[in-house]
Design a protein around this ligand. Structure first.
Ligand SMILES: Cc1ncc(COP(=O)(O)OP(=O)(O)O)c(N)n1
Ligand code: TZP
Ligand code: MG
Length: 217
């Protein structure tokens, strides 16, 4: 059974080859309070992916954080990560579940399509991701998702919603207010001069939003 309902800031690692630099940036994010990390590296070969994923797994365990691996289900087992994130070009939810079992988190990209999310929930996904909501410096050729989709999805789905794509400190609130449980961020976080500061600011956005909800209810 999955014990973690994804929420808050979800850090997506950048495409870098330097494992020491990757770990140092991730350590700063974890030390500042990041609880969810996705290891995503589109330029690494198998050996480098294994090295980096192992190092991140160790680091996340030290901080009690959840590590999700993008695309590569074999790595999840090899480094004892907490789950996988899959999209339309990756393995199916059924195959991921068969391979990983009930105790691993499966996150699924649903782009701008509510129907994909409803199907993903039926097939046993633990969270669904929508986006890109804004222009992304990290991933080219994304489809664009509207903020209204989040409110609609919030009404129809029971699993957590993650928003992704060009999310910054300035635009994140619009997504959180529309029902996004988590925001997945790469450039605004790992491209920052002060990662610690950015994590704290993102986390405050969630805290403020919760305060707003509870004071008006
Ligand atoms: C949290 C989250 N949401 C969406 C994606 C994108 O996944 P995918 O469509 O498979 O594209 P790649 O990341 O593999 O390029 C994601 N990785 N994480
Ligand atoms: C993996 C992915 N899928 C849609 S946008 C994106 C990249 C997110 O990175 P950034 O926060 O830098 O836009
Ligand atoms: Mg993918």
């Amino acid at each position: 059974m999955i014990t973690h309902e994804i929420n808050g800031l979800y850090a997506i690692t950048p495409d870098i080859t330097g494992t020491t630099q990757l770990c140092e940036m991730t350590r700063q994010a974890l030390a500042a309070g990041v609880q969810y990390v996705q290891y995503r590296n589109k330029i690494a070969d198998y050996r480098l992916r294994l090295t980096q994923a192992k190092a991140l797994s160790k680091l996340c365990k030290q901080y009690g954080a959840i590590l999700i691996i993008n695309d590569h289900y074999d790595l999840v087992i090899e480094v004892d990560a907490d789950g996988i994130h899959i999209g339309k070009e990756d393995i199916t939810i059924t195959d991921a579940r068969d391979y990983l079992g009930q105790n691993k988190i499966i996150g699924v990209s649903c782009y701008n399509q509510l129907e994909l999310a409803l199907e993903a929930e039926r097939m046993g996904a633990d969270y669904v991701a929508f986006g890109a909501f804004f222009y992304s410096k990290t991933k080219m050729n994304t489809v664009s998702a509207s903020i209204d989709l989040l409110s609609e999805a919030k009404k129809k789905l029971n699993i957590p919603l993650v928003a992704i794509g060009g999310i910054t400190l300035a635009n994140a609130v619009s997504l959180i207010n529309r029902g996004s449980d988590s925001i997945a961020v790469c450039h605004e976080l790992f491209g920052a001069q002060n990662i610690h500061f950015v994590v704290k600011k993102f986390n405050q956005l969630f805290f403020r939003t919760e305060q707003t909800f509870s004071s008006s209810s």
